[in-house]
Design a protein around this ligand. Structure first.
Ligand SMILES: *[C@@H]1O[C@H](CO)[C@@H](O)[C@H](O)[C@H]1NC(C)=O
Ligand SMILES: *[C@@H]1O[C@H](CO)[C@@H](O)[C@H](O)[C@H]1NC(C)=O
Ligand SMILES: *[C@@H]1O[C@H](CO)[C@@H](O)[C@H](O)[C@H]1NC(C)=O
Ligand SMILES: *[C@@H]1O[C@H](CO)[C@@H](O)[C@H](O)[C@H]1NC(C)=O
Ligand SMILES: *[C@@H]1O[C@H](CO)[C@@H](O)[C@H](O)[C@H]1NC(C)=O
Ligand SMILES: *[C@@H]1O[C@H](CO)[C@@H](O)[C@H](O)[C@H]1NC(C)=O
Ligand SMILES: *[C@@H]1O[C@H](CO)[C@@H](O)[C@H](O)[C@H]1NC(C)=O
Ligand SMILES: *[C@@H]1O[C@H](CO)[C@@H](O)[C@H](O)[C@H]1NC(C)=O
Length: 644
């Protein structure tokens, strides 16, 4: 009898616990989204198999993150599930079960869907989306409650939340599984605590995670002193509250990720553990590797490693000459400040773009190979890959990947004018911003492009932008990098402080980006003055429209007004104007632009500061409210320039 009672009690407890788990706010739905495209029944049976696979991984392998796909079928399915790492396996599986039911309920019949909960998210698509962290539709939501006095003041709560979230932004991408959770008392001895966590999908890169965290922070940073908030995106999640949503033993000490010496510590530990004999082995291993890598350099066609590790390929000059039909004019793709570009069909049938550098100074030749090695290490989906070079022939040649769709200028005001819709234009703006942000802040050497213009933005076959011609400016002789005759032609893209005073910073690229952005929206060339009944250049015209709150007049007439939301376009125009402000310090950095472009917050800022307007006749037309330093100097330089 006693035993029966005990069993009953256990059963009741178990039931209560299940109830407890199910009623936990962890299954609180935050966001859902469905594709617009209907799928076939084969797709759904593939989907069922894929979801079953995900569940198996969560419950049997006890993971918190899983991907599954039926990629080779004619109706491919790719799916991801991720639980917050503080959940137990049982809670994770029950969150998944709720998600698997909901996703079929909310998104019946379609071929792509996502559901996001406090405790987990589930998403499926027809294409391999695993590397995507940021997507349109990201957002932040503040809780309704506000911190009231008594436990802590709103001000100190806000300060603690802000500090905690920015620590998470830094730490999360550096953790092993892109997850961090922390709890901090607002005041010592008080009883208000901030609980915060952040997480990225484990299939994104550290840089993508970082970008996603930046956007998430932007989306909720204005929430405190609200008691809590959540930010979600395609590949990351962030949340804070004043009530615990994970157990106190689930926090992670993130302080070691916040100090720059963090990774050095790790190495020291490894060294200590290895010790004596281990150390000897390590030295041997390194020696072996060194010898191997030397060998590799001698025979680049060896089987060691991938092409990425082999660095740039050295091409034979004669081969490239015949690949371009002896640099025939019919193979010419374009010409730029640093040389002409030709289409080349190399021996294996691949198509490449060959750039013949116009500069053949001895210094350029000496720097050439180290520059090429550096540039060929730049890998980013929005930057054109440098495949290799030829330095032994009469000209220095660079070999790039070939872009079928050519450059952006032909889509804006060339033969393909008017063929881009709003979404495609936005993707080009966003991708270009990301490529530049990578060059400025994420590659280990800061690269300033100096010549951002539509002719240097190439489009791949999916109309994704890839920036070309970066890193070459370092090969140009010093006095040619600015103030040369060719310069005047693209003055419209060049930041005034760089054009007039030669002051170069990455903010010069921000300026050019802003001008290109206006061109993408308006479909007009920045140097053209024939804008209806107005002789202003594009940038001045945009500022005037901004002053009169008539932004939408700028929009390309070939765009269908049903395709875009007026606020979205206005926001992008305002970002363009922010980018063209003077002095340069007022312009956002490119990583900031990336965040501004896709965060769902409207821009909150004071009045913008107009740039120095310079026209193509190299004459200052309009002295701004905030003149750049030493304007008289600038004028002197300018008259020198026009005197040439
Ligand atoms: C998808 O299928 C539903 C139901 O059969 C139908 O009402 C809807 O129009 C279809 N949508 C598209 C885009 O074909
Ligand atoms: C997939 O699973 C759901 C729920 O378990 C079921 O209703 C549906 O019929 C299944 N679809 C296919 C094509 O097997
Ligand atoms: C899950 O576990 C099974 C065996 O238990 C193993 O074969 C499989 O490789 C594991 N999957 C993953 C993704 O680790
Ligand atoms: C918060 O306020 C909004 C608008 O007043 C309301 O729709 C929503 O249900 C509230 N949320 C909660 C959790 O109370
Ligand atoms: C802690 O919170 C309770 C209410 O939740 C409040 O009554 C108490 O005064 C607080 N203690 C301190 C030290 O603030
Ligand atoms: C709330 O706290 C702030 C700072 O501690 C204090 O200045 C303010 O008077 C308090 N308000 C109330 C209503 O207690
Ligand atoms: C955290 O504490 C709970 C009991 O409160 C325990 O079951 C669990 O194993 C602990 N987790 C860790 C990671 O120590
Ligand atoms: C976190 O780790 C640092 C050292 O990395 C240590 O100094 C600090 O005391 C730790 N904090 C907690 C709360 O354990």
């Amino acid at each position: 009898m006693k035993l029966l009672w005990k069993m009953a009690a256990v059963l009741v407890l178990a039931l209560w616990m299940i109830e407890f788990v199910m009623s936990q706010p962890q299954a609180n739905l935050i966001n859902q989204g469905c594709s617009q495209v209907n799928a076939t029944s084969e797709f759904f049976s593939n989907l069922n198999a894929t979801l079953a696979d995900l569940r198996r991984q969560l419950s049997i392998n006890r993971t918190h993150f899983a991907t599954a796909q039926l990629a080779r079928s004619s109706n491919p399915v790719y799916a991801i599930v991720q639980c917050r790492n503080y959940l137990s396996t049982a809670d994770c599986v029950s969150c998944f079960d709720i998600a698997a039911v909901d996703i079929r309920k909310y998104c019946r019949l379609v071929n792509g869907a996502r559901v996001i909960y406090d405790g987990c998210f589930l998403r499926y698509e027809t294409n391999r989306f695993y590397g995507t962290a940021n997507a349109l539709g990201n957002a932040g939501r503040c809780d309704n409650g506000t911190i009231r006095n008594g436990t802590a003041s709103a001000t100190s709560y806000t300060a603690v939340v802000e500090a905690l979230l920015s620590d998470l932004v830094i730490a999360t991408p550096k953790t092993k599984n892109f997850y961090a959770a922390t709890a901090t008392k607002v005041a010592p001895g008080g009883n208000t605590t901030v609980y915060a966590m952040a997480q990225c999908a484990e299939t994104v890169t550290e840089i993508e995670c970082q970008n996603c965290m930046n956007v998430a922070l932007e989306n909720i940073k204005s929430c405190p002193p609200r008691t809590g908030a959540r930010a979600f995106d395609a590949g990351c999640f962030m949340r804070y509250t004043n009530t615990p949503f994970f157990a106190s033993n689930q926090t992670i000490n993130i302080s070691r990720y916040l100090r720059s010496g963090g990774s050095r510590n790790k190495k020291a530990i490894i060294g200590g553990v290895l010790g004596g004999f281990g150390f000897l082995l390590l030295v041997l291993a390194l020696l072996l590797r060194f010898r191997l890598s030397r060998k590799k350099r001698i025979s680049p066609r060896g089987k060691l490693g991938s092409t990425e590790l082999q660095g740039p390929v050295t091409y034979n000059y004669k081969d490239l000459k015949s690949a371009t039909k002896n640099f025939s004019p019919e193979y010419k793709l374009g010409e730029g400040g640093s040389g002409d570009v030709y289409k080349g069909i190399v021996k294996n049938g691949n198509i490449v773009a060959v750039k013949r550098l116009a500069l053949c100074t001895s210094k350029a030749k000496a720097d050439f190979e180290s520059e090429v090695r550096l540039i060929s290490n730049v890998h980013h989906r929005n930057l054109v890959r440098l495949l290799g070079c030829s330095s032994k022939g009469p000209d220095l040649l660079l070999v790039y990947e070939y872009m079928e769709n050519g450059s952006l200028d032909s889509f804006l005001y060339g033969g393909k004018r008017g063929s881009l819709n709003w979404q495609q234009r936005f993707n080009i703006i966003y991708g270009t911003a990301r490529g530049l942000a990578y060059l400025h802040e994420q590659f280990h050497v800061r690269i300033i492009h100096r010549d951002i213009k539509p002719g240097n933005i190439l489009l791949d076959d999916e109309l994704q932008p890839k920036i070309a011609d970066f890193g070459l400016a370092r090969l140009l002789p010093e006095d040619q990098t600015h103030l040369n005759t060719k310069f005047a032609g693209t003055l419209g893209y060049t930041a005034p402080e760089y054009a007039l005073q030669g002051q170069l910073s990455e903010k010069a690229d921000t300026y050019s980006f802003g001008v290109v952005l206006l061109e993408i929206i308006s479909g007009r060339r920045c140097g053209d003055t024939n804008i209806e009944r107005d002789t202003d250049f594009l940038l001045e015209y945009a500022w005037k429209l901004h002053d009169n709150n008539m932004h939408l007049k700028l929009v390309d007439e070939s765009l269908d007004s049903d395709e875009y939301q007026a606020e979205d376009v206005k926001k992008v125009i305002e970002i363009a104007l922010m980018c063209t402000q003077s002095p340069a310090s007022l312009r956002p950095t490119m990583p900031e632009v990336v965040v501004l472009l896709i965060s769902d917050r409207s821009l909150e800022r004071g009045p913008l500061s107009r740039p120095t307007f310079v026209n193509s006749e190299d004459r200052i037309r309009d002295v701004p409210d905030v003149p750049p330093p030493s304007m008289s100097n600038a004028t002197a330089t300018l008259s020198e320039l026009t005197g040439r």
